[in-house]
Write a protein that binds this ligand. Sequence first.
Ligand SMILES: [Zn+2]
Length: 451
Amino acid sequence: METSQKSVTDIRFVCRGTFVHSTAEEALQILEDALLGVDSKGKIAFIGEGTDLQRLSESFGFSSCAVTQLGQHEFFMPGMIDTHIHAPQYSYTGTALDMPLLQWLNTYTFPVESRFQDLEFAKKVYTQVVKRTLRNGTTTACYFATIHTDASLLLGQIANDFGQRALVGKVCMDRNDSVKHYKESSEESQEETCRFVKELLNKKYPLVKPVVTPRFAPSCTEALLAKLGEMAKNNKLHIQSHISENLEEVEWVKELFPNSESYTDIYHKCNLLTDKTIMAHGCHLSDEELVLFRETGAALSHCPNSNISLCSGVLNVRNVLNHKVKLGLGTDVAGGYSPSILDAVRRALDSSKVLTIQDPEYKTLSFEEVFRLATLGGSQALSLDERTGNFQVGKDFDALRVNVAAPGGPIDLIQNEKPQILLEKFLNLGDDRNIVEVFVAGKKVVPFSEP
Ligand SMILES: [Zn+2]
């Protein structure tokens, strides 16, 4: 049994039943008839065995009658982590999937993102995306917003109001913008990023933090990238961007930055590869570039729906893991059309199987490994693994209560399926109807409380 040193009056609630999660050693650890206590700060105070109830209730000072007992087809799993999602693009998700990346950005993305100067429109879309992702079990999201500082601050406020853990980035782009009213100068971009970071930190939201967000190298001058890198370094900020998503983009980057050895080298030279950096995609990175990721501690976000929907490429996840580069899953809404990390889990498995079809020697990812990417892996990729990612004592209780047999849900059970089968069915067949409760930092955030 694991416990932390807590006073006897500190317990907020206790649950008993099956808990599934990942650890460094095991992609899937199943704890049957476990007891988990959450303290008044929302942190996991203890995890023990159900049969130890009497002793635990005495040492932690809770009444054994006050324990919530999970049903036979229920389990708790860690909240899922979306390491890459564009909140404004949620407004057209599920459409506009008929073009490759660079044309897609100019045709669909930039015109839509330019509308977020309108705070009423921003409020509507951002409320929808935060609610939709929470309901689908995303307890932590790493968001791109738009270039608009006030709308980006509003996204932070909405995430805070609904209790979602979030990194929020005001997008920076000072070149190659094709849309008339969607551009900023280098100076504006730097100053507004400063203002965004300062104002968001001043709000002192417990779970929402800023992330420095150059859109991607082709949208930014080297001078702007260097300034952003300096700002992130001086203030120890998170950083997010895109890298090596499709081949046309990779070629364009070579033309735009003729003096750089590689796409990765551009970010590296500008101090944008740190252990708080997450880069989306990386489908076409060389092994040398992956080594640079590992050396700097920078992470990748695997967004398989997007990579397939925009015909960008197929990330060789096994190779990334073999290089010991931190990796999480992302929806990349709206390049990826689904806002659910469950979808990312399925597309990650499909993509891995495509690689096995092409090369039977390729070691396909197991569902347990992808489950780890969706939870613990995501928390490591965002450098939030001291706070979230699994059920380790001392971490925040970010969790989904899953009922695989939820009435009216998408899954039929035939016999007394074991927890591992229940998890596999949920990952492959489940949806938000199976996610009956969502907790972030010990607070129940789904079902939504009425204002
Ligand atoms: Zn993206």
